[in-house]
Every structure is written in C-alpha cells, then in structure tokens.
Design a protein around this ligand. Structure first.
Ligand code: PLP
Length: 381
C-alpha cells in the first residue's frame, strides 16, 4: 500500500472552537465587536500588552490599517524586507507610500540593521520588522538605527510570531503598531483573521475610527457619545464574531499549541542537526535573545539546483516540502512600487536555496522521521 502523503500544513481543532462558533451563530450577534471578539482581544492583550487590540479580517488588513494610522502620504517611504510576503509591502503602497526594500541577515533572515541604516533618509516614515519563522533577529541593532530617528515608526509584522519573545518582550510589543495573522496556515487560526495591536495610546482613538468605516461608532458603543457620524477615512476591517469564536477556542489553548509546535521543531533538530551539518545544510538559527514562536521549519540547502531537486524528490515520495518567498525587490510589483531600486543579494540567495518542511501542530514523530529520511536520502543522492 502506498504510504500516506505528509501534508505541508494541517489546520486542527485544539480546543472549544466548534462549541464557541455554534454559540456565536446562535447568539444573534455574528458581526464584529461581539462578546467573542472582546474575549479574544482580551487574551491577546494579556499576552502582548499594548493600548488596544483590534481584530481584523487578516494580517494584510491589519497592515493596511497601520498604514492609515501612520497617515502615510505620497512621497513617504517605508522600509520593508525584500524577503517577506507581498502584503507586508503592498499595504503601505495602497496608502500612497513607496517602498525601500532592505536585505535580510543570512542566519536569521530578519532585516539587516546595517542595510536599514544605509537606506534611511528624510522620506522614511516607518520600518517594518518581520519576525521570520517566529524568530526575532537583531532587534537591538534595529533599535540602535531607529534611536536617532524618533519620527520613524516601527511596525512589527508578527504573522509568524505570536507568543514568541525577544528578551523579556513579547513579539508584537516592540513596535508602535504590530500586526498578527490567524490565517489557516499560521500557529493560531480562525480560517482568515488578524489583529492590529496598538502600542501607543495616542494612536488608539483614531485607529478605532479608521476601523469603524471612518466613524466614531466605537465611542458611541462605549457610551461616550450619543450618536456617531463620519469623521475620517477608514474601511470595514472588523472580524466577524463567528470567526472570533473560532479564534478564542484556539487562543485558550495557545500554550498547548505552542508546545506541540516546539516538539515538532525539536524532533526535526534531533533528526537533522548532525547529518545536515555534514551535508552543508543550515538549520534555523535561533539567537540567544530569541524565544521562538515555532511557526515554520526552514533549511538552507547548498544551492538552488540542489533545493529544486531535493524538493521534487521529496514530493515524489509524498512529502510536501515547499519554499518561499520570491524576492520582492526583484518582482514586477516591487520594481514598480519601490522608491528606488535597492540591492538585496542575501534575499536573492536564500530564497533560491530555502526549503520548508511539513510543519503543523499534530505532525507525528513517525511522520517527522519519514520527512527526515526523504530529505537526507535526496541530499545524499
Ligand atoms: C510575514 C507575513 N506577513 C503577512 C502575511 C499576510 O497574512 P494574512 O494572510 O493574514 O493577510 C503573511 C501571510 O503568509 C506573512 O507570511
């Protein structure tokens, strides 16, 4: 009998998700701002801190909301790593800004502070920090660059990093604004969802207006005003309470989820560290100051041809290995929306050699062994 395929990602129910979703559907309040939204927001706030948590329909929409909060204008630029998902950059472009793509460091694949410093000029209004794989990179180096530029906002894209830490700080608490993803491919899921964590209290009132379709409805709901009306730009960012119920079911068992993911990560390290060192393959590098969120498990193979061959051979054996990201600075959209061309050689190099192994909450030890066997067998051929 053919062996079962080992899928790259398998979203799972881990707690009371279905019970809560049914409750939300029966409650008569399934739009945004219901009781599940407020309970899910409270859990995030307990963990991350901040002045407020706004649940959104995705991390992309939370990034768009952050671009609105920053009031970006044509002529403004935002520094974004080239090695990230499209919408980390696109959200700011939509608001009229241009992007300056920075390179990443070869070990952590996080923004390279020296390149950020080089790109910095008076047009820069924000720097976006992505915690790739849920691992914080050289945050101190980036903070040093930003120390002399207090007018430049730090935005954290925490799509990979919920409940990871840098030193004593939860990821998501470092920036003026930070954005989370609860897409089905992430650690904590609700199908599609996200959150904006507003860390500076001065941003909160306006963030709620932008979130509530440009109105002061939030102040009305809290009894601060007796009617609400149109005040500003904005859009419809709110997560349905039905999805917030799904999210709360996951958030309540966040420690179990993170522990399961940590176990899978450690299993892969046990199986692969030694043979990969001999084969010239780099495992995820976790700096001492970083307590990872265990979002994904990535390897850097010796070259692009080996990566492509190994990935194809693994897939032929039913192991869904994959890769990402196509460098943004070199993409059609990236070239079109960059303020000026920049060089990101590390991004170009790592994106051609990176391989992601199947990784999800309930990947069994036996599956991890099969993945390792398929990988090492292909590498040795
Ligand atoms: C780093 C990063 N930022 C943002 C996003 C967008 O997240 P969402 O699908 O919730 O919009 C992703 C999605 O994969 C991501 O990897």
């Amino acid at each position: 009998m053919a062996e079962q395929e080992i899928r790259f990602n398998v979203p799972s129910l881990e707690g009371r998700e279905t019970e809560y979703v049914a409750e939300a559907m029966r409650s008569g309040h399934s739009s945004s701002g219901g009781s599940f939204s407020s309970r899910a927001g409270d859990v995030i706030r307990e963990e991350i801190g901040g002045a407020g948590v706004l649940l959104t329909t995705s991390c992309t929409s939370a990034l768009e909301l952050s671009a609105m909060v920053l009031d970006l204008q044509p002529g403004d630029t935002v520094i974004v790593p080239s090695f990230t998902f499209v919408t980390t950059a696109l959200a700011f472009v939509r608001q009229g800004a241009r992007v300056l793509f920075c390179d990443v460091e070869p070990e952590t694949l996080a923004a390279d502070p020296a390149h950020v410093a080089e790109l910095m000029d008076d047009s820069v209004r924000a720097v976006v920090l992505v915690h790739y794989a849920g691992i914080a990179g050289d945050v101190s180096g980036l903070m040093d660059v930003l120390a002399s530029r207090p007018e430049v906002a730090l935005v954290e894209d925490v799509a990979h990093g919920p409940f990871g830490r840098w030193k004593d700080h939860p990821l998501g608490s470092l920036g003026r604004l930070s954005t989370f993803s609860f897409h089905e491919t992430k650690n904590i899921v609700c199908g599609e969802g996200g959150a904006l964590v507003v860390n500076d209290a001065a941003d909160l009132e306006r963030a709620w207006v932008l979130y509530e379709k440009g109105t002061n409805r939030r102040a009305f709901m809290e009894g601060q005003v007796d009617k609400y009306s149109w005040r500003d730009i904005g859009s419809s960012f709110g997560l349905s309470d039905t999805l917030a119920a799904h999210l709360l079911g996951q958030l309540e068992v966040r420690e179990t989820i993170q522990a399961k993911r940590r176990h899978v990560h450690e299993r892969y390290v046990d199986l692969l560290a030694e043979p990969c060192a001999d084969l010239g393959v780099q495992l995820p590098v976790v700096p001492a100051a970083s307590d990872p969120a265990y979002h994904l498990f990535h390897l850097l193979l010796p070259d692009a041809a080996t990566r492509n061959r190994v990935m194809a051979e693994m897939r032929a054996q039913g192991v869904q290995a994959t890769f990402h990201y196509v460098p943004l600075h070199d993409s059609e959209g990236g070239r079109r929306f960059a303020a000026r061309p920049t060089e990101c050689p590390v991004t170009t190099d790592v994106s051609s050699r990176l391989l992601r192994l199947p990784f999800h909450n309930n990947l069994t030890d036996a599956e991890a062994e099969r993945v390792a066997e398929a990988l090492l067998g292909a590498l040795r051929r």
